[in-house]
Design a protein around this ligand. Structure first.
Ligand SMILES: C[S@@+](CC[C@H](N)C(=O)[O-])C[C@H]1O[C@@H](n2cnc3c(N)ncnc32)[C@H](O)[C@@H]1O
Length: 376
């Protein structure tokens, strides 16, 4: 018998669903859970996008920088105005392996970005950048340390070994370390990073003097300069101008520290603070030399008054150079020789040409290329 037969309605099923209170509750609960999950996901996305914001800023800043025209001096000011990157918070929370991987990537790209900035801005801008955002210095050095750890040799260790070997001979003797007329060894470590060189040299001389007879003991001091006072050994200074008197050092070291676009100003400062016969020690990443060998670099330093002692190309990653500041009698002798060969004017012209070229294009763009670390 047809119970309901309404015109226009045709119920073609035998399965009638009756009202069931428990299934109604279950459906309601399911709906609530779904909404809760949706809300949680929304919150997570919000958090994630907040966290990623500096990376995007960073990527955009880098992109903008690449697109910039490369006009000199004025360009640095423009660039500096764009360095808005805020230091990333250092979170020590426990992270999942995926989060750790992402964090390592982010840290790596921040390191490469800061590194690139330091090689492509002037030393004044670099000092300003680190003074305004000191955290960038720590982030840079975390990345730098992990780069150096992957190299066969740390150049700082090579310099310490030089001190160790040459201290076997008397100060100022052939093959011995250069000292001031008082026989004190005074070292300036320019762009010292965390001043590892001073730490190692102090330790070495303290042990050396303990083992040596009184007349063999050596007096030394290490001045360490960088953009941030990361520890008590460091004095904050732009190495274009350090707070030391003229002729007050016997060794000046630049260990991978010729970073600013105006790095020849650092070399001039080394000349000012070195005593006659004082030595200039430099280590630089091989890939920075436009000519692959560093000959052009050596010639430029000779034009600034240094005499070249040696180039050590043995290391795979960096080249090491030794120069010295000639005393006045050698400068006079050299000048007389050049004049005899009618070459004095020629050399003066070369010096002028170097200064002219620097004014047009900063030396950080042609004499030494920026050191760009690859993504690992
Ligand atoms: C590649 S790190 C090398 C650090 C250290 N010499 C070493 O080998 O471990 C270069 C250092 O030079 C510093 N630096 C760059 N430009 C500088 C400037 N104008 N004045 C002072 N330090 C500078 C950087 O802050 C950085 O610590």
């Amino acid at each position: 018998m047809v119970l309901f037969n309404v015109d226009g309605w045709d119920l073609k099923t035998d399965n009638v669903i009756y009202y069931d209170a428990s299934s109604e509750r279950a459906a309601q609960k399911k709906k609530e859970q779904k909404e809760k999950k949706k809300e949680q996901k929304k919150q997570q996305n919000l958090k994630k996008s907040r966290h990623e914001e500096p990376t995007n800023k960073l990527a955009n800043a880098s992109k903008r920088k690449m697109e910039e025209p490369t006009s000199p001096l004025k360009e640095n000011k423009v660039k500096f105005a764009k360095l808005e990157l805020k230091a990333a918070p250092r979170t020590e929370k426990t992270l999942t392996p995926l989060q750790q991987k992402m964090m390592a990537k982010l840290t790596g790209s921040r390191f490469r970005w800061i590194n690139e900035q330091l090689y492509t801005i002037s030393s004044e801008d670099a000092l300003r950048l680190i003074q305004e955002q000191p955290q960038l210095f720590d982030e840079y050095h975390d990345g730098f340390k992990s780069q150096v750890a992957s190299w066969p040799e740390n150049p700082v260790d090579v310099f310490v070994e030089q001190i160790r070997q040459r201290s076997k001979k008397p100060i100022n003797a052939p093959g011995g370390l250069p000292g001031l007329p008082t026989k004190q060894i005074v070292i300036a470590d320019m762009g010292c990073g965390e001043a590892q060189l001073a730490l190692d040299i102090n330790k070495f001389f303290s042990q050396y003097n303990k083992k040596s007879k009184k007349y063999q003991q050596k007096s030394h001091v290490v001045h360490s300069f960088d953009l941030k006072k990361a520890n008590d050994r460091i004095t904050v200074a732009d190495i274009k101008h350090v707070p030391l008197p003229d002729s007050s050092c016997s060794i000046v070291v630049f260990c991978l520290a010729l970073m600013g676009t105006n790095f020849l100003d650092f070399i001039k400062e080394a000349y000012r603070i070195l005593a006659p016969r004082g030595e200039l020690w430099i280590a630089e990443i091989k890939s920075r030399f436009a000519d692959g060998k560093g000959d052009e670099f050596v010639e430029a330093l000779k034009l600034l008054g240094f005499f070249h002692k040696k180039t050590d190309n043995e290391n795979k990653m960096f080249t090491r150079f030794e120069f010295f500041k000639p005393p006045q009698d050698i400068i006079d002798e050299r000048r007389a020789k050049l004049e005899r060969r009618h070459k004095f004017i020629e050399t003066e012209n070369e010096k002028e040409a170097l200064e002219k070229k620097r004014l047009q294009i900063a030396e950080g763009k042609w004499l030494l290329k920026p050191c760009i670390y690859k993504r690992r």
